[in-house]
Design a protein around this ligand. Structure first.
Ligand code: DHB
Ligand code: MG
Length: 257
């Protein structure tokens, strides 16, 4: 960011050039203004990110690249990325599958979590996003760890089943929401016994419990929740979150098999 830009972010309290990177990042999220989020929720996320997450320049660049290339600003925020990384480390995950790459922000968190002996496969339908994500993986020096499969995620997942790939320790579902129930079916096929399946955006600003909702994304999430509830192999829960991305939530599940 140049000096002229830095001046513009002063109103957000950027006291030094060094702090501008993070402030700029916050600015980008605000400029999008797509998440209904309260100032105190944002402030607490910013505090945790500054204290515990230490989102580095590369991750900030990845977010910036998403904005510059008109990729929807749907990536997880930094403390959520770290949350995913901590879970991956807790289960000593070495193989991770991700539905939905966008610019590769969460993918990089996962790649760093599994390390050089690990492998992350990420599925992206949009060829422009896929190209950008590959560039970002290079910048983050994690290209060796990540395999991006371009194309509709259901077809790519079917290929993984056909190739009988080694099962995954962790699967993250964060793509087009109407397909969540289908992604769950593939996750059950592709996860190792005792593996973890996490899904993003299961609250959707409370819409998930709005009986009048006509939104296919809401229907997709609801069916996904019901399917997990009815499956005796799955032990799952859901947690709401508030913060920089507004009011939303994750499900987390263990697949017993
Ligand atoms: C949407 C999708 C996401 O993955 C997300 O994190 C936030 C919003 C959406 O499609 O609206
Ligand atoms: Mg998401």
């Amino acid at each position: 960011m140049d000096v002229a830009d830095a001046g513009r972010y002063k109103k957000w309290g950027a006291k030094t050039a060094a702090s501008c990177g993070r402030i700029y990042n916050v600015y980008l999220l605000r400029r999008e203004n797509m998440y209904k989020s309260e100032e105190n929720w944002r402030m607490i996320d910013e505090y945790f990110i500054e204290q515990l997450v230490k989102e580095d320049e590369i991750l900030l660049e990845v977010k910036k690249s998403a904005v510059m290339n008109n990729v929807p600003s749907h990536e997880v925020v930094a403390n959520q990325g770290k949350f995913l990384s901590v879970i991956a480390q807790m289960i000593n995950a070495k193989r991770i599958l991700e539905f939905g790459t966008l610019a590769g922000y969460s993918t990089i968190w996962f790649a760093r979590a599994v390390g050089l002996s690990g492998h992350v496969i990420t599925l992206e339908i949009n060829k422009n996003y896929a190209k950008l994500a590959r560039e970002n993986f290079k910048k983050a020096k994690v290209s060796e760890i990540i395999e991006l499969i371009e194309g509709p995620a259901l077809q790519s997942a079917q290929k993984l089943v056909n190739f009988n790939v080694e099962p995954f320790d962790l699967i993250f579902i964060d793509a087009d929401k109407p397909n969540n129930p289908n992604y769950l079916e593939y996750a059950i096929k592709l996860i190792r016994p005792g593996g973890v399946v996490i899904c993003d955006n299961v609250v959707r600003n409370g819409e998930i419990c709005n009986p009048d909702s006509q939104d296919d994304r809401v229907y997709g999430v609801r069916k996904f929740i019901t399917d997990m509830a009815l499956n005796p192999l799955i032990s799952a829960t859901a947690l709401q979150t508030v913060g920089l991305k507004g009011w939303d939530g994750f499900t987390i599940a263990v697949i017993k098999k």
